[in-house]
Design a protein around this ligand. Structure first.
Ligand SMILES: Cc1cc2nc3c(=O)[nH]c(=O)nc-3n(C[C@H](O)[C@H](O)[C@H](O)COP(=O)(O)O)c2cc1C
Length: 363
């Protein structure tokens, strides 16, 4: 061996040793990184009380119970972002329902926060996809009436008892829903309710006749308690007053009973047994106003719950675009886009719908 080859051989051995050490180090990881990560886990990134507020917000109503929202908590602010991976493009082609649902969640969050001594303001940042912002400080009235209704509110899709709601309670509902960006038409006159009901029934028949609508709906249906709990989302049959079924049997039975005739009878009964209808229309048709509609509608629903009333949505005439004009004319707002139709009255509670764990919706 010459001196030169010995040097080269020694260098290669050294390089080899260095390379091996680097690879072992890479496999092991560094102590500095370990200690920084371990320390970070000992500080609550989101204080438990803020996590609880977000959990309350997720109890808000939302289209098809897709829960198309994500929450980002930073000190003094909770941002609510749309989750477009959970879109329902057939029934909600322009994401109207997603932004209404974000508004429902934001209002719920604000009410829960106020009750726990964190007064705040809801804003809308149109940048990017559009984000709802809840900025809060300490303070707040501790007002409990509406916050107590948050876990008790549900969409009760059953016949009601047909009894009238007193003028005083109707006044409270209107006052709770008051929002300068939203018009509310409260309809308790039977003939007018039936005219709106006819649009609900017409919209429902259009939707049932659309295979894409039915396929999308079926994707979000849950038939067994196990699946409803495992996914934590979607429309569980028992929450609409239908029987819980094995997962294999549910879709088969659904195909047999989901007919225009049966659904028309169901909705006619629901409308006839309701005390009234509330139709919400934003001043403009854009995401910022849809959020305001959600806020107003959720305040209405929480006030109704606090008064011992029940509500459920009959949105067919706002989902089927061709019926929006007729509905707008019926409520005296020609040219506007109606956003939500809610029925209210008195009825027995049904099982509550599921939600995903709060960790699943936090960024
Ligand atoms: C924007 C929006 C649209 C909705 N549309 C309907 C509807 O047309 N029919 C219906 O039965 N429920 C409708 N819902 C109610 C949701 O399905 C319901 O909120 C969801 O399944 C969660 O159940 P919960 O309200 O009982 O918590 C709607 C809710 C929102 C926020």
């Amino acid at each position: 061996m010459t001196r030169r080859t010995a040097l080269i051989g020694g260098g290669a051995a050294l390089l080899g040793l260095g390379g091996a050490a680097w690879s072992v180090q890479r496999q092991m990881g560094s102590m500095a990184e370990y200690e920084a990560a371990a320390a970070a886990r000992r500080v609550a990134a989101v204080p438990p009380e803020v996590r609880d507020l977000i959990r309350m917000a997720t109890l808000a109503p939302n289209g098809h119970n897709t829960q198309a929202w994500r929450f980002r908590a930073t000190p003094g602010q909770i941002a609510i972002l749309p989750d477009f991976t959970r879109r329902t493009p057939v029934v909600d082609s322009d994401d109207h329902h997603i932004f209404v649902s974000l508004g429902c969640a934001a209002e719920t969050l604000a009410i829960a926060a106020e009750a726990s001594g964190r007064a705040g303001q809801i804003g809308f940042d149109p940048a990017g996809d559009g984000t709802v912002l809840f900025d809060y400080t300490t303070g707040g009235t501790g007002e409990q009436a509406l916050s107590g209704a948050i876990p008790r509110r549900q969409s009760t899709r059953a016949d009601y008892d047909g009894s009238a709601v007193s003028a005083a309670d109707l006044k409270l509902l209107v006052a709770a829903a008051a929002n300068p960006d939203v018009d509310l038409a409260l309809v308790t006159e039977r003939a007018q309710m039936n005219r709106i009901g006819d649009l609900v029934i017409a919209g429902n028949a259009t939707q049932i006749g659309d295979p894409a609508f039915v396929a999308e709906l079926k994707h979000w249906l849950r038939f067994s308690p196990n699946t409803a709990l495992r996914t934590g989302d979607g429309l569980f049959s028992a929450c609409s007053g239908s029987p819980a079924l094995p997962d294999w049997a549910g879709p088969l039975l659904f195909d047999m009973v989901y007919t225009v005739k049966a659904e028309t009878k169901k909705y006619a009964g629901q409308i006839a047994s309701s005390s009234g209808l509330a139709v919400f229309a934003g001043a403009k048709a854009d995401p910022a106003h849809w959020v305001q509609v959600g806020r107003s509608c959720q305040r209405f629903a929480l006030q109704a719950t606090a008064l011992g009333l029940t509500c459920s949505f009959l949105n067919q005439p706002v989902e089927v675009a061709g019926l929006r004009g007729d509905l707008a004319n019926l409520i005296g707002l020609p040219g506007r886009r109606p956003d939500i139709v809610l029925r209210f009255g008195r009825g027995a509670a049904l099982p509550f719908s599921a939600r995903r764990p709060v960790e699943a919706v936090m960024l």
